[in-house]
Design a protein. Structure first.
Length: 192
């Protein structure tokens, strides 16, 4: 809390500015607070979007580099977390593309690609493989809305805002994503 004197008699506690506003004003402690607050959110979201564990830290750092780079242009029309989710979506797309290129090169060079896990929050490795496989069956748009709504727990209106689509489009994509995900999980019941 920041103490602000009103007149000469009364002292009122004003809320401390959020970390993003502190960053815009050049406060280094604000940047550390922003990073500490949102790094776990970014890492979990990127993991759910299919970023391999080996690439996760680099992907998170790239998200925060983008955030820092464009901090001065942030207009405040959206929440900080909405902006963060958008940056993560872009970074996940770049990282997955790089992963696909790497796998293709490994196949050409006759190397066996390693398996990516979706989240360390699941205890059982076979459950991780099944969920990762089911998420891989979704299109990029379906995967984003599915992860944001079902796994991150964001409300539909917020997901539509992040995706830049109407709520009707969001619900259609989510319905399709759920169906593909459910079918993919049902098809992987016979998992070794």
């Amino acid at each position: 809390m920041v103490r602000a004197a009103i007149g000469s008699l009364v002292e009122v506690e004003a809320p401390a500015p959020p970390p993003l506003l502190r960053c815009v004003s050049g406060d280094r402690a604000g940047w550390r607070a922003l990073h500490r607050q949102y790094y776990p959110v970014a890492a979990a979201f990127l993991r759910k979007l299919g970023v391999d564990e080996r690439e996760l830290e680099d992907a998170c750092q790239d998200v925060f580099l983008q955030m820092f780079r464009y901090l001065g242009r942030f207009r405040g029309e959206a929440d900080t977390s909405t902006w963060l989710y958008r940056l993560c979506i872009t970074q996940a797309r770049r990282t997955r593309l790089r992963q696909r290129v790497t796998r293709a090169l490994e196949n050409v060079l006759s190397r066996v690609p390693s398996e990516a896990l979706v989240s360390s929050s699941f205890c059982e490795p076979s459950a991780q493989r099944r969920i990762a496989s089911a998420l891989d069956q979704l299109s990029a748009k379906q995967r984003r809305v599915f992860v944001l709504y079902e796994m991150e727990g964001l409300p539909g209106k917020r997901v539509a805002e992040i995706e830049g689509c109407t709520e009707a489009s969001l619900w259609r994509r989510l319905h399709e994503a759920r169906q593909v995900f459910r079918d993919a999980l049902a098809g992987s019941q016979v998992d070794p």
